[in-house]
Design a protein. Structure first.
Length: 90
């Protein structure tokens, strides 16, 4: 799983039929301190997240399809949780 921050929405008037009814968000991977790491990417939202939320993202096709419920759909990344708090021990 990847810790990320939602940085935007994606709006598409023409899309693959499997994406109809799903919200697609832009997420930026972050470290435990909230600093950006790596490149942002698109993720299908299964947790009703929104811009600014810190989320857990599953970025693996089979897991994403299992969460969304259709094994034939071309999903690669899914937001599966909204983080309330990050606590680290050192």
């Amino acid at each position: 799983m990847i810790l990320a921050r939602v940085i935007g929405n994606v709006v598409a008037s023409c899309k693959h039929p499997s994406f109809v009814g799903h919200t697609i968000l832009i997420v930026q991977p972050i470290d435990e301190d909230g600093n950006a790491v790596g490149k942002s990417f698109l993720s299908c939202d299964a947790a009703q997240a929104g811009p600014g939320d810190i989320v857990l993202v599953q970025q693996e096709g089979n897991s994403a399809r299992q969460i969304l419920g259709k094994k034939e759909d071309p999903f690669h990344s899914v937001i599966c949780g909204i983080v309330d708090q990050i606590k680290t021990t050192e």
